[in-house]
Each structure stands twice: as C-alpha cells, then as structure tokens.
Design a binder for this molecule. Structure first.
Ligand SMILES: Cc1ncc(COP(=O)(O)O)c(C=O)c1O
Length: 374
C-alpha cells in the first residue's frame, strides 16, 4: 500500500522530545505507574505478579474485554476487540470495511488517519468540514447532501480533535439518524470520551446508538495512559469484528501482556483515573480562558466543550501562525501545532491542555506574545 505522510506525526517526530513545553499534546499527563499499581485489587495484583510474558489472546484478554464492554450500555465482551492503540484499530477496521468504489465521509479538520487510511485503500473520501463561524458544530444539512448511494462509512470524531467540539444531544441523534436511514456504518472516534467538561453532556456511544455504529476507544487520552498502547473497537456487528480480527493477524497479532493487565487495573479504577484527568483539564482550560480573554485582540477562541485540546486562531494581520509557531518554539521551547499540519490553510493552531506544566508553558507563550504581537 501507499499512504501519504502523517503530517502531524512528522511534526511531533521533529519536536515532541526536543521542545520543553508541549502546549499542543492531545493526551493527558501520563499516569504514574506506581500510582496505577496501587489501585490494583487482589485479582489484578496477582495477575500482574504472576504474569508470564508469552503471546496473549489476539482478541484481547477476556477480563479486559469485559471491562471495556462495561463502558457501554449494550455491548457484550465478545463485541469488543483490542488493539495497539486506537490507531491500529482504525487501520484494521478501514482496511476491512472499505475499498475502491466505496465512499467515505469524515469530519475535517481532524486526525489524519480518520480519512487518510480510507484514501490509501482507494476509497473516495469526502471531508465533512467543521467551521469556526458555527462554533465547529456538525452541520447536518451538509452531511445529508454529502451522503451518496455509494457511501459506506461516516466517520465522526467527538469529542473532536482539534476543536474540542462536542455535539449537543439533538444534533448527535440527528447524525445517528442520517447514518441509520442511509444504512451506512457510523464510526465514532470517542478517544476523548469521559472528558466532557459538564458530565451531563456525555453522549451515547456510537456502538450503543445504532446497529451499524462502531466505537473507537483508547487508554491514551481520557485515561492518561498512551504508553500502554491499548485501544479497542466495539460494535454489535460481530461478523465485521471477525473480519477485522483476521486482518489483525497481519499487524500486531496480539496486545502486550503487561499493558493488558495495567489497562484492566485502570478501567476497574476508572472513577479515580478519570477524575484526575478531568481535574487537570478543567484547571488548565480556565487558564486558557483567562489568557484568551486578555488577548482577544490577537486570538479567536471557541471554547471547547470536552477533551484536552482546542483550536484557537491567530488574528494579527501580517503574522502567519506557521511563522509565529516556529519562532515561539525556538525562543521559548513552547510547542503549538499550526493548522497546516491538518492540511488546513487557516491561521488556527492546536493547543493542548492535558499537561500539568501548562501554566509555565502558557506564561512563556504570553511573554513571547508581549514581545511579538503588541
Ligand atoms: C481523534 C484521535 N483518534 C485516534 C487517535 C490515536 O490514538 P493512539 O495514538 O492512542 O492510538 C488520536 C491520537 O491523537 C486522536 O486524537
């Protein structure tokens, strides 16, 4: 196969470990291993200590699949498949589900794999654009117009990377209805689910919402454990999952045993784990709100409703975000992610607020803004 470079990952490859303050990371500050092990119950502590480092079950540890299933209202353990991160789940699913002649619709700007993998297998991809003017909301009329007789899959990421958009319930129900009426698969990338600022805004998962709904989840974001590389797909379509499982024989075959046990511990302690993440995110977003209020003459800020990232826009005439971001990282070691990395020619940039050093990074960014924007 041939696939275009993943622009965002190439940018991170250059800068992630070479800049001091990652003000655009999408994950929440990694959970400390010792703290996680302290949350183990008797069963998982014994599993950890007695673990043999052999191959694991390809579909995922049965207890892990059970814990993942319990995140959903209607999903059974055998309607869950685990992967090395959400990325592998997406790769396997799209390779199995679509091919030449199939039409795929995907939210944009967005995480590149959500549309690039479909392109790489020869599908015809339509980008479903979110716009700042409408608060990044899902435009259901636009989606209705985009669906064609060959549409096989609609991909929606909510809470959304990079805007922090979370549809309201009526809009989400409308989305589900459009997919169901058209008889197309609806993949909901829910890797930021659990980080709704107002918990009553949490939406039904895609896999629960409709029979052709597929949920994509991961330990990386809301659960703050990107290093585990444990992700999953959940769906009532067992026949589809069986085909995806067979595809996985050509990628990782099975998950890492230690990661599976650690993920079980974390999911059993999800209340504490998610509370920590929400605490970090909510504290940081308040600082960003205050910053953007002070700098409303230089930045436009549509406040996210969920997740750990947002997508402000630099509005100072004569200064491009690509140039400003490059000077910022050189001068202050603060990394932001310009829109161009999403293939978006606008002056937006992604800001991440899941890291505990955000106050320092933001202070440095503000000092730089004082020198360069006023
Ligand atoms: C929307 C979205 N989906 C999927 C992924 C992939 O998650 P992971 O890297 O943990 O596999 C990411 C990671 O940034 C993401 O933002």
């Amino acid at each position: 196969m041939r696939i275009a470079d993943f622009d965002l990952e190439r940018y991170f490859a250059r800068w992630e470990f070479a800049s001091r303050y990652l003000l655009c990371a999408s994950d929440v500050q990694g959970y400390p291993m010792g703290d996680l092990l302290a949350l183990a119950d008797d069963e998982t502590r014994a599993m950890w200590t007695d673990l043999r480092l052999g191959y694991t079950e390809s579909t995922g540890h049965p207890l892990l699949r059970a814990e993942i299933a319990s995140l959903y209202a209607t999903i059974e353990s055998d309607e869950v498949l685990t992967f090395a991160g959400a990325e592998e789940g997406l790769f396997c699913l799209v390779n199995v589900l679509v091919g030449p002649g199939d039409h795929v619709i995907a939210t944009w700007p967005g995480y590149q794999s959500l549309y690039e993998i479909a392109r790489s297998v020869g599908a015809d991809v339509t980008l479903y654009e979110l716009r700042e003017e409408t608060g990044w909301s899902l435009d259901l009329d636009l989606l209705r117009r985009q669906v064609t007789p060959t549409t096989k899959l609609i991909v929606v990421n909510a809470p959304h990377n990079p805007t922090g958009m979370l549809p309201d319930r009526a809009t989400y129900d409308g989305l589900v209805a459009i997919a169901a009426e058209a008889g197309v698969y609806l993949l909901v990338d829910e890797v930021y689910r659990g980080l709704e600022f107002d918990e009553t805004d949490r939406l039904p998962a895609g896999a629960d919402a409709t029979s052709l709904g597929i949920s994509l989840g991961v330990m990386s974001k809301s659960f703050a454990m990107a290093g585990l590389r444990i992700g999953w797909l959940a769906s009532h379509d067992r026949e589809l999952l069986a085909r995806v499982a067979a595809f996985k024989d050509y990628t990782t075959i099975c998950s890492s045993g230690p990661s599976e046990i650690l993920a079980i511990i974390a999911l059993r302690a999800r209340v504490q784990v998610l509370a920590r993440s929400r605490g970090i995110v909510l504290g940081n977003v308040a600082l960003l709100d205050a910053f953007f209020a002070r700098w409303s003459d230089a930045f436009e800020w549509v406040r996210p409703r969920a997740g750990s990232i947002g997508y402000p826009r630099l509005t100072v005439p004569g200064i491009t975000i690509d140039d400003w971001a490059a000077r910022l990282v050189e001068a202050e070691g603060v990394l932001i992610l310009p829109a161009s990395r999403f293939g978006d020619p606008s002056e937006h940039f992604r800001v991440g607020f899941g890291r505990v050093d955000l106050p320092v990074g933001l202070a440095r960014l503000e000092a730089f803004a004082e020198r360069t924007l006023r």
